[in-house]
Write a protein that binds this ligand. Structure first.
Ligand SMILES: C[S@@+](CC[C@H](N)C(=O)[O-])C[C@H]1O[C@@H](n2cnc3c(N)ncnc32)[C@H](O)[C@@H]1O
Length: 206
């Protein structure tokens, strides 16, 4: 599992690596662009933009689109170098460095959001941590708002295991990918849309 220094080191080549992996249709980023686009389009089309929180915003590939569309952007990421790249693209955003395994920083817990997004970041939480983190997050979302999680995600544990077997040594054993059938037992309003053999969008409207 990469720590903040690992993500610092990756920050300069992240966008290119992800794009190339997505274009080649390979795990873990096959479907990345499609998932991000599926999040960006409806949010950009909303007449009222409001506050948007991005958890693990990285180089702000997605967040920048929504910042330009008019959202007041908040975010948390533990990599100072990722945050520096994101600040260059979004000088007016309220971006904080902090490890989300310890929750959101107090400044972000104090705000309320019309949209919360997390793409390819929350697989650093195990199943129990995901549930606890999402439970703490949902009260921060305004009525009419939405949560979007785009990530390596599967409908069932069997689909995850089939992907693990197919990927062999390429599979990252340190990441905890989403399994929709398991998570929706805790969050019945959650929906799931697959975008490739390994990418999926989990969303929840409040
Ligand atoms: C794979 S990148 C995804 C970046 C971006 N959301 C995207 O879709 O391209 C994961 C991001 O989450 C951040 N991250 C990973 N674990 C984290 C943690 N425990 N706390 C805060 N940020 C974390 C990393 O620094 C990195 O910027």
């Amino acid at each position: 599992m990469l720590d903040s220094k690992g993500f610092d080191s990756w920050s300069g080549t992240y966008d290119q690596n992800v794009r190339e992996t997505d274009e080649s249709g390979r795990y873990p980023f096959a479907g990345y662009d499609a998932v991000l686009d599926e999040i960006a389009r409806p949010l950009a089309a909303r007449p009222e933009k409001g506050n948007l929180l991005d958890i693990g915003f990285g180089t702000a590939v997605l967040t920048e689109r929504l910042y330009r569309a008019g959202y007041t952007v908040y975010g948390q990421d533990f990599s100072p170098k990722m945050a520096a790249l994101a600040r260059e693209k979004m000088p007016g955003a309220k971006l904080f460095t902090g490890d989300f395994t310890a929750g959101l920083v107090p400044e972000l817990m104090a705000a309320r959001y019309d949209a919360v997004i997390a793409t390819y970041s929350l697989h650093h939480l195990d199943s129990r941590q995901k549930v606890d983190f999402l439970r703490a997050l949902l009260p921060l979302i305004n009525t009419g708002g939405a949560l979007y999680i785009g990530d390596v995600a599967f409908r069932t544990r069997a689909e995850l295991e089939a992907c693990r077997t197919a990927e062999g040594d390429r599979w990252d054993p340190d990441e905890y990918y989403f399994v929709y059938d398991e998570l929706r037992k805790e969050f019945p309003a959650l929906t799931f849309t697959p975008f490739s053999g390994c990418a999926g969008l989990l969303s929840l409207q409040k």
